[in-house]
Every structure is written in C-alpha cells, then in structure tokens.
Design a protein around this ligand. Structure first.
Ligand code: ZN
Length: 244
C-alpha cells in the first residue's frame, strides 16, 4: 500500500493539492493518514476537509481542529492563531464541524500510533527534546509513532538523542522500517516552519517497508491572496513565504 502521511494542512488547499499530486505521481494512493490541524491559520478549511474525506483516510484531531469546533478554548493560543481559529469556526459548514468534532485524539493503525503532539499530551506538546522523546517511547505501544504539531520534519530513533539531525528528514530521504522503534514527523503541509517554505509530507510504502520524506513547491501567492481576502492576520500571510 502507498499511504501519504500528512500533518498540519492548516486549510492551505494549494499546498495540500500539490502534496497529493506529488504523492500520486508515483502511483495511486491507498489512503491518507492525517496527523491533525487540518484547519486553522489558512483560508480554505471546508475545501481541505472535503479533499481529505475524498480519500480513504485515518485522521486525528489537532489543537486547531479542536479550537475551531469549540472543543478547546483559545486562551493559550497566540493572538493571530486565536483570530484565525475564530474565523475558521465561523466559516465551517455543519458537515465540516461534525467531522472535526468526532475526530479521535490517538489512533493505532497496525505498527503505527498516530497522534498530533505527543502521547502524554496529544493536543499540545511539541515533541522536540530527548527527554520528551523518551517519554513518548515509554507510552508508545506500537513500533512506530507518527506525530505532527511542530511543523518540523524529523526522525527520532529510540537510542539516539533527539532531535536527530534535521538532515535525517530532508527532501528525498528514505527511512527503512526495521525492528528499531522510531518517532516520525512528516513536517507541515500548509505552514512549514523549518525555513523551507515548500510543503512537507512523507510517503509510506508498506511493501517496501519505507517512509520517504518529500518537499513540494506550491503556489504560495495563491494561498496568501485567499488569506488576504478572508482578512486573516498579516503575520500568518507573510510567514508562508519564509517557511517560519
Ligand atoms: Zn499545526
């Protein structure tokens, strides 16, 4: 099976479509695994949810999904994020809201556990340090866990300090899946934060037992124009160009 692992789409339809086109250039996709924050920040929440749902998908909730359907207060969000969450809430169709409301926080899928932030704090923890990775491995019942939330592509192996070098998750890097336990982050589709503005995702090939990281160009001005039209905060519009 070919499965695209996507996270933090953040209502950025141009980025999401480019990722799907890139993934499908190598063959059809059997499923999408989506690690949360499908909405928030970006201008096309309903369109991104519809696109996601047009595939067989395994999807969990992120903090922005929860905030946008009223399941989490935005008190701990920064001002721009809170503004975007309120805008998203007002834009969501009934069907999109119902979909987000029913998303689980954690799902086990074969050898993988999918969670947005971390197993000890699914909707909120940024998994960045060795200590945090250790705590994740202790709670992780499957061989691999897939996380998002940081918008930083990463591979963390159990016996190697976190963060393992960013180069381990660069564009085109292929990770062989063996008995070794790992935490893998595909990076952010709709708002990369590692200084590379291209959309980030990973492709799981179950027959080859590999996960391959990929970066994809997309029409950033198209998303920025839609954000401007929606009246979303300027800082959120500008950061897309820098990947920060
Ligand atoms: Zn996010």
């Amino acid at each position: 099976m070919r499965i695209a692992i996507v996270s933090d789409i953040h209502a950025n339809l141009a980025a999401f479509r480019s990722v799907l086109a890139d993934a499908e250039a190598g063959g059809s996709l059997d499923a999408l695994w989506c690690l949360g924050d499908t909405v928030g920040y970006g201008p096309q929440p309903n369109e991104c949810i519809q696109t996601l749902r047009s595939y067989k998908n395994v999807t969990i909730a992120g903090n922005h999904d929860l905030a946008s359907c009223g399941k989490m207060p935005t008190d701990d969000f920064n001002e721009a994020a809170a503004t975007a969450a309120k805008w998203t809430e007002s834009e969501l169709s009934d069907s999109s809201r119902d979909y987000l409301t029913e998303l689980p926080m954690v799902i086990e899928e074969g050898d993988f556990t999918l969670v947005h932030g971390s197993l000890r704090w699914p909707e909120w923890e940024y998994l960045l340090s060795s200590e945090q990775a250790q705590a994740q491995f202790e709670l992780q019942k499957t061989r691999f866990s897939l996380v998002g939330h940081t918008h930083l592509p990463a591979v963390c192996r159990e016996d190697v300090a976190m963060p393992s070098a960013p180069a381990t998750a660069d564009d085109g890097v292929r990770v062989e899946l063996t008995e070794e336990r790992m935490i893998i982050n595909p990076g952010g589709v709709g708002q990369p934060r590692d200084g590379d503005p291209r959309a980030s995702y990973a492709l799981y090939d179950s027959e080859a037992a590999t996960i391959t990281f990929a970066r994809v160009e997309y029409d950033i001005p198209e998303t920025q124009a839609a954000m401007q039209q929606a009246g979303l905060p300027l800082w959120l519009i500008e950061r897309l160009a820098y990947g920060k």
